[in-house]
Design a binder for this molecule. Sequence first.
Ligand code: F6P
Length: 341
Amino acid sequence: MRIAVLTGGGDCPGLNAVIRAIVRRSVRDHNSEVIGYLEGWRGPLDNMVMPLTLQGTGGLIQRGGTILRTSRTNPFDFEKGPERIIDSIKKHDIDALIAIGGEETCGIANRMFLEHKLNVVCVPKTIDNDLNATDFTFGFDTAVNIVAEALDRLHTTAESHNRVLVCEVMGRHAGWIACYGGIAGGADFILVPEKIYPLKEITDAIKKRHVRGKDFSILVVAEGARLENESPEHEERNSVGQSKRGGVGERLAKLIEAETGYETRAMVLGHIQRGGTPTAFDRVLATRFGVHAADLVLEKKFGRMVSLSGSKITDVPIADAVDSLKTLDMDLYKVAEVFFG
Ligand code: F6P
């Protein structure tokens, strides 16, 4: 068989580990050939390909980013976009495509499967962990570890200066990174998109800490969290029209300082959460996903997405993953709340 692979959406630690696993399984065990489409769905749209060989994909398990590069291109936004994809698939004699991506990439794959009969299999990826139909996506564990380490570092400087420090983390629509990272890093308050806290409850919690003799506080806020009385009306949009959240950490810090009188600073962790080497957990998950995706292709089980269910790798219809976002488990948030203040 001839298989193509693409990586779409934001990059994510573990993408190269998936590519390596797909190539290893397909070439060595299934006697297939693999090529890569460059820059997400722009690759098949504009016929940008590169060979993916055993030799070329060796030693990739620890490398962050994606050797195929990525973009947020949506072929359905282009005149005859889907048809151009099918033409490219035919031109390169491809039997199946493996799309590695989040909600947007998998959503496009599902439409290509249903409306244009493309033989496609998906691998779920996002540091945000907000993709449905899988317990975890790879990249999330790495992001959480980066947040936890950042909070450890912020603790010592906050403590030394008697400051309140607000750390803004990724998560446009879901508070998974904020909640996991905040619990792991011992945050004194965590704000997530799924729940709006009145400002007074936040500042009361900080004041109580200071009365108890703690002269510093660490807060984690997801970029998509809303503050009391804030409306979504004036959100900035990115190149593909998605809401570009952010800035909430700075806004919150100003309000806290005004209300409590404690010196408060904000920092944005940003793309540091997405860069660099994947954790061992993400390397293993990405490898298991890649092997399973290659097996699905061999079995011609198209329209499926690889998934983690408990500790087992399985697969589900792509449609199950793209219908709605997986928001934060509020039972987990309740555990975090035990440590607020
Ligand atoms: O979707 C993953 C994510 O990391 C979000 O948490 C974040 O808002 C977004 O990507 C940032 O994307 P970009 O790098 O395109 O601005």
